[in-house]
Design a protein around this ligand. Structure first.
Ligand SMILES: Nc1ncnc2c1ncn2[C@@H]1O[C@H](COP(=O)(O)OP(=O)(O)OP(=O)(O)O)[C@@H](O)[C@H]1O
Ligand SMILES: [Mg+2]
Length: 419
């Protein structure tokens, strides 16, 4: 079996796609997939050609091959829908599972980054129409239907099945979301689920505000009240609105930078220490991005954001240069243990342990001397302890929800004496 598609890219400063190359996915007799990618000759001849990602698919004539990630190169996988987007596509198609190539081709042109996919050598015009913020109530209702898995309600003959297209998104992540537009530009709308333990929209927004107070560059966000529900809107930092359309920044996740998979077996490669090494190699401003990553690692430890997996970190290129992206997807958790909490990524010479001394142990790699690293971390800890509740309350998190999340902040194990 063999399948292929064209890969398009919107070059920096441009408003239309050009064809960058061809992706081919084949499986052998034992169902082992192999992906191949080759840049088009005319693309390589362009003076303004840029590679699809900063580590793997460098500009060259030869065909790239991969057997990892079900044959889907990291840069393409990052442009493909994830758990939520796939679920909507499957519901709409009425099929339980599609091929990796189908997910790329069936998903709408709102994906993170600057890539597009299609069957024609000539690229299509970029998508111009998006859901407006005014449609949020309708989108929230559709989200509830999908989350509750009311199959009966969205049988094939039901008009709602068409409405599902409104929710279709190529953006990654597991939480219910859609892309919406207002006069300011494009936003990711993240919806609350009725089974959430607290008001996630308000709490995530408050965490972004708290992170900013801790000196971290974050995505812009706001909360919209929709009927009696809250929806988080996070401004897309990979799109730049112009009078004639949206420019797109390339974007790849830390998973791609680390050449890692999303599987448990590959967790050895999930590491802030390895990530900062890659970052220093590819960033146009390592002296800013390396210490910034240190701050984010500390912040995640200080709010018990143990869901800081490699797809929750990214680099973007608005021009030909790559930089660390603004931070996004910050969620506190409240594990029972007060002694030891683990980040998703290795943070120092004691592994994933969210502990002050562990976070400081590799500070030189983050381009910080031990004193500077310690003072940044101590400052952030003070800030989090002293202000998290006031910030959360001022951003509309209820007193009850503050109590629910309070164990997340500067948990005791962060400073436990290490034997
Ligand atoms: N402000 C933004 N601008 C551009 N892309 C973004 C932005 N925020 C998130 N993304 C992209 O969208 C993806 C999904 O967003 P996010 O991580 O917030 O969703 P999630 O469903 O909470 O994720 P998870 O499955 O990690 O819980 C991210 O992995 C990232 O690729
Ligand atoms: Mg995420």
């Amino acid at each position: 079996m063999s399948n292929e598609c064209y890969v398009y890219i919107m070059l920096p400063g441009k408003l239309n796609f050009v064809t960058a190359g061809k992706f081919q996915l084949s499986t052998d007799r034992n169902a082992v997939p192999t992906g191949r990618f080759v840049y088009g000759k005319s693309y390589l001849e362009r003076k303004d050609a840029v590679p699809l990602d900063p580590v793997e698919l460098t500009l060259q004539k030869e065909t790239f091959r991969t057997a990892a990630l079900k044959g889907v190169f990291g840069a393409l996988r990052d442009a493909s829908p994830d758990y939520w987007g796939r679920r909507v596509i499957e519901k709409h198609a009425g099929k339980p599972q599609l091929s990796e190539l189908d997910y790329l081709l069936e998903s709408p042109d709102d994906r993170a980054g600057a890539l597009g996919f299609g069957l024609n050598n000539t690229p299509p015009a970029p998508r111009k129409e998006f859901n407006k913020t005014i449609a949020l109530p309708q989108l929230q209702t559709l989200v509830d239907t999908i989350v509750n898995d009311e199959d009966a309600a969205i049988g094939a003959a039901n008009p709602q099945i068409q409405d599902l297209l409104l929710l279709g998104t190529s953006m990654g992540g597991a939480r219910p979301k859609a892309v919406v537009e207002d006069d300011g530009g494009l936003w990711i709308a993240k919806f609350n689920r009725t089974d959430d333990a607290w008001n996630s929209a308000r709490v995530e927004h408050a965490m972004l505000v708290l992170a900013r107070k801790c000196g971290i560059e974050t995505a812009e966000s706001r909360v919209e009240r929709v009927a009696d529900r809250d929806v988080l809107l996070v401004k897309r930092f990979d799109r730049e609105k112009t009078r004639d359309g949206y420019q797109r920044a390339r974007m790849v996740s830390a998973l791609t930078l680390l050449r890692a998979q999303d599987t448990y077996g590959d967790r050895d490669k999930w590491s802030y220490v390895a990530l900062v090494e890659e970052m220093r190699r590819i960033s146009a401003q390592p002296a800013k991005d390396a210490p910034e990553l240190f701050r984010r690692m500390c912040f995640n430890a200080l709010i018990s954001n143990t869901d800081d997996h490699p797809r929750n970190h990214a680099v973007i290129a608005r021009s030909k240069d790559w930089r660390l992206s603004p931070t996004y997807d910050l969620t506190p958790t409240t594990p029972v243990s007060i002694e030891r909490r683990d980040l998703a990524l290795i943070a120092g010479n004691r592994g994933r342990y969210a502990h002050a001394e562990n976070l400081l142990s590799e500070s030189a790699r983050f381009l910080l001397n031990p004193e500077a690293a310690r003072s940044i971390m101590d400052e952030m800890e003070k800030q989090v302890r002293a202000t998290w509740r006031d910030i959360a309350r001022s951003q509309g998190v209820s007193a009850q929800d503050c109590d629910r999340i309070s164990d997340a902040f500067a948990y005791p194990g962060f400073r436990f004496p290490i034997p």
